[in-house]
Design a protein around this ligand. Sequence first.
Ligand code: SOE
Length: 381
Amino acid sequence: MKQVAAVVGAGFVGKAHIEALRRLPVPVRGTLVSSGERSAAAAKALGLEHAYTSVDEIAADPDITVVHICTPNYVHFEQTAKLLRAGKHVLCEKPLAMDSRESATLVALAKETDRVGGVAHNLRYYPLCIQAHALIESGAIGQVKLVHGGFLQDWLTYPTDWNWRLESKLGGELRAVSDIGTHWLDLIQWITGQRVEELCADLATVVPVRHKPRGHVESFSSAKNVATDEMPIETDDYASVLVHLDHGAKGVFTVSQVSAGRKCKLHFEINGTEGSLGWNAEEPNTLWIGRRNQANEILIKDPSLLSPAARPYAAYPGGHAEGYPDTFVQLFHDYYNYLEEGDFKAPRKFPTFATGHEELLLCEAIQKSAQDRAWTKLNWD
Ligand code: SOE
């Protein structure tokens, strides 16, 4: 069945979804922004044929088979549930919901409606992250023993930096952990094939008072010369989390959105019994391969040098850099190919609603651990 998509939300990530869909190609019929008027402007600016005025209108549109949710976290549950019930497949930006109660409901609802749910953990789709997964799966670095790294940004360094994620009622009680910590957790668990079974977390709000502009501010942008109100902040700017994984690996990660000079430094180092792998999203086309008994290597993204499992996820020849926008294309390839094949009982290679639910369980364990100042076990059953 030919898929036709609609995208809810046309901020920077909504635009990334639309661009990636066009490259597959999957037709994007229209978009919905916060108001009908803004939808019309966004549809015109993006060259889309239709501007929706509500989620209900999308739900009722018989031409739409898939909806991408690119809205603030607090509306993910309501929008996703409505669209599943209307018979739409849904690919939702992370985090899937505000808490694990909501995400568990969405997992069950997707099953009940036989719709395919995906979560946009796109950062695992950098070609060299897939290569890291393939190398570990092949035993190239032996048994994984240590995992460390983190995700560092600086777009919220100043008290005058503002974004809806800062307010727990819109983004959830955790911010840096749920917004970017979940990317690191998803990446490491997927690359190593190991799941976190217990953790110990320390969180901090580094900037306790911020200046909230009176008006809309896009992510990664700052409002200039507008009136502001001072707001106390309770969500985390920073977290460091010790982790124990279920096949023996141990490690630690640090997330921060106030690390001046770090723009989007999602990074890991994985140490195995025979070697190590290191990668950094700010230089995503190189993979560091560490050895004890021979020279270390730097692998530059080149499909001809990648494992058979990773090769299809590199769209361009060696040295032709691939980056953040391309990760959405590769994620959507997996998701839409699955829809086209039509066997919804088949295993799913892409991050699913179950993945999103597990991420929320991890967030809640991190929150509990920080509150109790203690190690916290995950109850995956
Ligand atoms: C902001 O922290 C953000 O846009 C995240 O929401 C994205 O998931 C991440 O990929 C980049 O940074």
